[in-house]
Structures are given as structure tokens and as C-alpha cells.
Design a protein around this ligand. Structure first.
Ligand code: NAD
Length: 455
């Protein structure tokens, strides 16, 4: 039954898409404005859902979820006409008299699959670009952030064109059914393991994919830097959303003699941010469910706890935790932590840090804290990652003129701002000729004789 329903949803959207409804930019703008109204008029409901899903402080909803969607809507509204316009390109001798341009055009029906850690941004930010590019879309929010998923399914049809944009809820089996359908693009956010399944399913229809995956994002603290400021920024980015952020600094790399100072500064900051008892702080989130709680807790097993370590399964609470002298072969260094545990791995200087990073999968984000320009330059030149922020964490995500995405195991493709529009458009190559100057074509028509080619 589900298979039939999902087929009907996709077929229905494709039919309306093919009728040309979303071709006029005016239609896309109107839908974007409606989406803007949805998140503004229902901010309180969204906050409530996030409180239930993740114990997120209501003040954080705007900062961590809605601002990025709103900024993308504003940018698309003002610049969409430029993005969608034909882009003339350089001509060669043969095409000197022709029109030669690239025309971005909608792809069709896009599938957007999102995660539970930022349930609104992971679905609606890609949707902004899908609408701006003129596509229809199926949205599949994560079943784990169930309150957000339910609310999204309820609200979307009240604001957007139901015949072009639909929310499908459900877990693994519903998503797998959905993936059997033919889409024109799939934008998937989630783990690398499931990313491979999505790509496999997409291959069946030759559907292009954008995979926004995760991994371990390293954070190198150089001896030459303001350690207090560095630790303040790192503490914020690591423990926000209880460490369940794809670009959270996963682990710290530093020289052995910096470790104690770093622990001390993080301790000071934690006290300032979450007071003595983070469990009762309104700013401190919870782990999404007991499965993830058990997984994260088990990662601590071999480690020396420098700070925190307390937990309460009944609340899915794990204290902000710093682990010292962590060795590369520990379990915690084999997988993405996605929780409030911050291991410190010591290395002997920059070259060793670079080697450590390059010996592992290409990360989604990379952070380096240093006042020394040569250190920053070397780190950037000799490593790779999806994105990088120097002397801060997470913030490259918020600049929507920068493409956001991974490389290698952390994903493929990019989005945010114009990049989403480009990712979800087909860039059609257009050459428009006239009937004039037919004699110029003689050189390519048979019979090709030496005499004719010399002409
Ligand atoms: P999740 O369990 O919510 O899964 C993500 C989506 O995939 C959900 O909609 C879920 O229903 C679907 N799904 C899960 N298993 C599936 C299967 N076997 N077949 C088909 N669909 C399936 O989220 P998650 O994977 O636990 O998310 C955490 C991961 O996502 C982390 O690795 C994190 O780094 C990454 N992430 C990346 C970004 C990014 O922008 N690059 C953002 C957020 C999270």
C-alpha cells in the first residue's frame, strides 16, 4: 500500500511540475514568501517541537534553525532572477555570430531527506533552493525528531502548493520505498553508511545525488594562539545541541604541554555557559534517544575523563565531557562521536597534526586555531575538508555565499544560497544559430576533399 502511495505522490508532483506551473519566477517567489510566513507565524510551535525532540532552548531555535532558512529565502528572493537568467559564455570562431549561453532550468521532482539533529534547517534550507530553482519536492524529515516531523507535515500544506511540495513521514522502510521511485535529484543529509544506500538506490534510475554526510572534524590548537578565546569558541560549538552537530569539532589535536591549559579553559567556559549542573541548564540539550545515548556512552570506555562524564539514561543526559590523552586506536577515534564528548589527542606539532588528519577520511569540517599565519597557511595547503573555519568553529556554515558540503567520505555536492539553486538546476548548454552564412559550413560537409578543407 505504502509503495502505491509513494508512487502516486511522486507521479502527481511530476505531472503538475510538467504542466509548467513553477516556471514563472513569480510563482517561486510567492511560494518562498509563503514558506517565510510558515516559519515566522509558527515559530512558537517549532520551538515547542524542538523542546520535545531535543530539549532545545527556545532561544536557540532562531539561531540554530530558522535564521539560515530565512537568510536563504531573502537571498533567493532578491537574486533569483539573476541566477535563473541565461548566462552568455565566451564564443569560439565557429559560433561568433550565434547566441551561446547556459540556461539554468528546473530538474523536476527533488527528494530531500533530512536528519533529526536540526530537523527544520536540514529539510527547509534545501527546500528553499528547490523552490527557487523551480522544482517540485518530496520532503522526508527524520522519524527520530518525531514532533518536528509531525508538525512539518501538518503545516506545510497550509502554506505551500500541495500539488508541488509534499511531506512524507516514516522511518527506514518508508524511506526505502520512497527511494525506489524515480526522482530527478536526491539531496540526502545523514550518515555516510546510509548515504551509500541512498546512492545505490539512486543509481538504479541514474538520479544525481547530493550527499551531506558526517565524519570526524578535527580541531587543531596551535601553541601560538589565544587559548582562552579558542576554548570558549570550541566549547560553544562542541556542546551546542549536545554535540549532535555534523560540523561540531569532533576532537582536539594539540601539543602535550597545552593539554592541561585547554582542559582548564574549557572547564571555566562550561561553568559560565551551563553553570555547575548542566543537567538543569535550559541551554543544555539531550541525546535524541536511548540507542544513541548507549552508543555515545560506550565510546568513553577506555578513556580518561578530565571533565564531566556523568550521565542519566532516563533523561538521555550526558554531561559535557572532555577526555584527555586519548590514543588514536581507541574506539572513540574510529567513528564520528555525535555527542558531548571531546577527546584530546596529543601530537608533536603541526606536521604531525597534518599527518594525523591526512591519514584519515576527508573531514566535513576542519578547524585550526593559531595566531601564526604560516601555521594557518600550511594547514590549509596540506589538508583537505568540506569546509574550514580558522580561529572559530561552525561559522563557515552561516555564510550562505560559501558552498556547504563534504568531500570524499563526508559527502558530495554542495548547497546553501545560490549553491542550492545551482545544485538543483540543470545547466543547459544552448547554441542558437540563424540560417545565414551557410557557406561557412562547407568545410564540415562531405565529400571532404583536401582542396575543400584548404578553403
Ligand atoms: P537519521 O537516523 O535521522 O537518518 C537520516 C535520514 O535517513 C532519516 O530521514 C532516516 O529516516 C533515513 N534513513 C535512516 N536509515 C535509513 C536506511 N537504512 N535507508 C533509507 N533511509 C534511511 O540521521 P543520522 O544518519 O543518525 O544523522 C546523523 C548523521 O548525519 C551524522 O553522521 C551527521 O554528521 C550527519 N549530518 C550531516 C549534515 C551535513 O549537513 N553534512 C547535517 C546533519 C547531520
Amino acid at each position: 500500500l505504502s509503495k502505491l502511495m509513494e508512487k502516486q505522490v511522486v507521479d502527481g508532483l511530476r505531472e503538475v511540475f510538467q504542466s509548467g506551473r513553477s516556471r514563472p519566477l513569480q510563482y517561486r517567489k510567492q511560494q518562498l514568501r509563503a514558506l517565510h510566513r510558515l516559519i515566522t507565524e509558527h515559530q512558537a510551535d517549532i520551538e515547542q517541537a524542538l523542546k520535545q525532540d531535543l530539549n532545545r532552548n527556545t532561544y536557540n531555535t532562531s539561531l540554530f534553525e530558522l535564521i539560515s532558512i530565512e537568510n536563504d529565502i531573502k537571498l533567493a528572493e532578491s537574486d533569483m532572477a539573476d541566477w535563473a537568467a541565461p548566462q552568455p559564455v565566451k564564443k569560439n570562431l565557429n559560433s561568433a555570430l550565434d547566441d551561446v549561453y547556459i540556461k539554468p532550468e528546473p530538474l523536476g521532482v527533488v527528494l530531500i531527506i533530512g536528519t533529526w539533529n536540526y530537523p527544520w534547517a536540514m529539510i527547509l534550507q534545501p527546500l528553499v533552493g528547490a523552490i527557487a530553482a523551480g522544482n517540485a519536492a518530496v520532503l522526508k524529515p527524520s522519524e527520530l525528531s518525531e514532533n518536528s516531523a509531525r508538525l512539518m507535515k501538518e503545516l506545510l500544506p497550509l502554506y505551500l502548493d500541495k500539488e508541488m511540495y509534499q511531506v512524507v513521514t516514516g522511518g527506514v522502510s518508508e524511506t526505502q520505498e520512497l527511494l525506489k521511485q524515480r526522482f530527478d535529484h536526491i539531496l540526502y543529509t545523514g550518515s555516510s553508511v546510509v548515504g551509500k544506500l541512498v546512492m545505490e538506490a539512486a543509481a538504479h534510475h541514474l538520479t544525481p545525488v547530493t550527499l551531506e554526510l558526517g565524519g570526524k572534524s578535527p580541531c587543531y590548537i596551535d601553541k601560538n594562539c589565544d587559548i582562552a578565546v579558542a576554548c570558549r569558541r570550541i566549547t560553544w560549538g562542541k556542546f551546542a545541541n549536545c554535540g549532535q552537530t555534523c560540523i561540531a569539532p569532533d576532537y582536539i589535536l594539540c601539543e602535550p604541554n597545552l593539554q592541561d591549559r585547554i582542559v582548564e579553559e574549557i572547564q571555566k567556559t562550561l561553568l559560565e555557559f551551563y553553570q555547575k549542573d548542566p543537567k538543569s541548564s535550559p541551554d543544555y540539550c539531550r541525546i535524541i534517544n536511548t540507542r544513541h545515548f548507549d552508543r555515545v556512552l560506550a565510546l568513553m570506555n577506555e578513556c580518561t575523563i578530565a571533565l564531566g562524564g556523568e550521565s542519566d539514561r532516563s533523561q538521555c543526559y550526558i554531561a559535557p565531557t572532555v577526555l584527555a590523552d586519548v590514543l588514536p586506536y581507541f574506539k572513540i577515534m574510529q567513528e564520528e562521536i555525535f555527542g558531548p564528548l571531546l577527546p584530546i589527542v596529543t601530537v608533536n606539532g603541526l606536521s604531525e597534526a597534518i599527518h594525523f588528519i591526512n591519514a584519515r577520511e576527508k573531514p566535513l569540517a576542519l578547524y585550526v586555531f593559531s595566531s601564526d599565519k604560516t601555521v594557518i597557511k600550511r594547514m590549509l595547503a596540506e589538508t583537505t575538508s568540506g569546509g574550514v573555519t580558522v580561529n572559530d568553529v561552525l561559522m563557515h556554515y552561516t555564510v550562505n555565499t560559501l558552498p556547504f558540503g563534504g568531500v570524499g567520505n563526508s559527502g558530495m555536492g554542495r548547497y546553501h544560497g545560490r549553491h542550492t539553486f545551482d545544485q538543483l538546476s540543470h545547466h543547459r548548454a544552448c547554441l542558437i544559430k540563424s540560417f545565414a552564412m551557410e557557406s561557412l559550413n562547407d568545410a564540415r560537409y562531405p565529400p571532404l576533399t583536401a582542396a575543400r578543407l584548404r578553403k
